[in-house]
Design a protein around this ligand. Structure first.
Ligand code: PLP
Length: 392
């Protein structure tokens, strides 16, 4: 027996079955190079507004350094409840239906582990955020991808969902506005999906972390649809809209029975989310909404710029309705998305993420985050244009 096979034996089968994130490989490569313009990172380029940082600092100065309630500070849950109702018309009871988590990442994990039994299938709408399928596998579930299509603007259709459902299907994982495509789905489009959910008696995990970053129409929350509230786990957080990625703060809302189940896992694995971060989030919800509007206006301008600029250099790109990603097609270059991203990085020092790392339907595209300065965006597009010319 080799040393590596002996070492492998000590690891769980579950962890051996999942692969490290494909995004990391590109970051690692880019980090060894100088003067790279990065369109790779999935986080805001804004620093968290000062009043939020100050509220957190002040909470520590005042000595609030102990654990909070497992589900989170009661006043923060109350503010989350008010905020969700005012912004998205989604009423959730702060006592029984909301848990404050260590980022939306933890929310995804405890939601999946609360609902999925070994062997049960969870449909994942791809291209998607990279954590869903591995977290489902770690819970013993089976991720079943649906690759959405460019011709449908990467929206999920009723027919696609109907075809993917089997007797083992337990739930569907949705994410709109989407990472990496930026696609949004409106009320009518979601209602068509909800019909299948109802007919097939499914649950829905709806990751709406980019809800505030919707540029053309107001975000419509899946749980607002008739009959869907009792079937939906709503996942969100402060990372994106409030520019708080490093704070690690999110939340999850669900009917009381599912919330109680998630709380059991949360209390044993996390105890509670970070106390100073919760005080910051409280301030963000109470006094930070104008800052969110300001950031959204800036992302919208950058989205409009990059989509137009891509079309001028011959990259076809649908108009992303939300989040801060453009997902242009690179098919005409004849390269795979991995080869395109690698060559672009080496030759032009521009980092983008190959679409294939986001699962089915992602090949032939690259994800470009426009949460970076206008100057960097301008330069990146010029360089991408030169790269296309050279590789014609
Ligand atoms: N969900 C989606 C769709 C994301 O894009 C991300 C982060 O990129 C997350 C969840 C994780 O967010 P958090 O920082 O709150 O853990």
């Amino acid at each position: 027996m080799t040393i590596s096979s002996i070492k492998q034996q000590r690891l769980s089968h579950a962890v051996q079955s999942i692969k490290p994130s494909g995004i990391r490989r590109f970051f690692d490569m880019a980090s060894t190079m100088e003067n790279v313009i990065s369109l790779g990172v999935g986080e805001p380029d804004f620093v968290t507004p000062w009043n939020v940082r100050e509220a957190s600092i002040s909470s520590m100065e005042r000595g609030f350094t102990a654990y909070t309630a497992n589900a989170g500070l009661p006043e923060l849950r109350y503010e989350i409840s008010t905020y969700l109702y005012e912004q998205f018309s989604t009423p959730y009871d702060p006592e029984a239906e909301i848990i404050v988590t260590a980022g939306a990442s933890e929310a995804i994990d405890i939601a999946i582990r609360s609902l999925v039994n070994p062997g049960e299938e969870v449909i994942v709408i791809e291209p998607s955020f990279v954590s869903y399928a591995p977290v489902i596998s770690l819970a013993g579930g089976v991720p079943v991808p649906i690759g959405t299509k460019k011709k449908n603007g990467f929206k999920l259709t009723k027919e696609e969902l109907e075809q993917a459902v089997t007797p083992k299907t337990k739930a569907v994982m949705l994410c709109f506005p989407n990472n990496p495509t930026g696609t949004v789905m409106n009320r009518e489009e979601l209602a068509a999906v909800a019909e299948v959910v109802e007919e097939q008696d499914l649950l829905v995990l709806s990751d709406e972390i980019y809800a505030e970053l919707s540029y053309d129409e107001k975000h419509y929350s899946f749980s607002r649809l008739q009959g869907m509230r009792d079937r939906t786990v709503l996942i969100s957080g402060f990372s994106k809209a409030f520019a708080m990625t490093g704070w690690r703060l999110g939340y999850v809302c669900a009917p009381p029975d599912i919330t109680a189940a998630m709380l059991k896992i949360h209390q044993y694995t996390m105890m509670c989310a970070s106390t100073p971060a919760q005080f910051g989030a409280l301030e963000a919800l109470q006094h930070g909404r104008e800052d969110v509007d300001r950031m959204v206006t800036s992302y919208r301008q950058r989205r409009n710029f990059i989509v137009k600029a891509f079309s001028e250099i011959g990259l076809s790109c649908h108009l992303p309705g939300g989040a801060f990603y453009a997902f242009p097609s690179i098919e005409q270059t004849g390269m795979s998305s991995e080869a395109y991203a690698e060559n672009l990085l080496k030759e032009e020092r521009v980092a983008v993420v190959p679409g294939n790392v986001f699962g089915a339907g992602g090949e032939g595209h690259v994800r470009c985050s426009y949460a970076t300065s206008m100057d960097s965006l301008q330069l990146a597009v010029e360089k991408m244009g030169a790269f296309i010319e050279r590789n014609k």
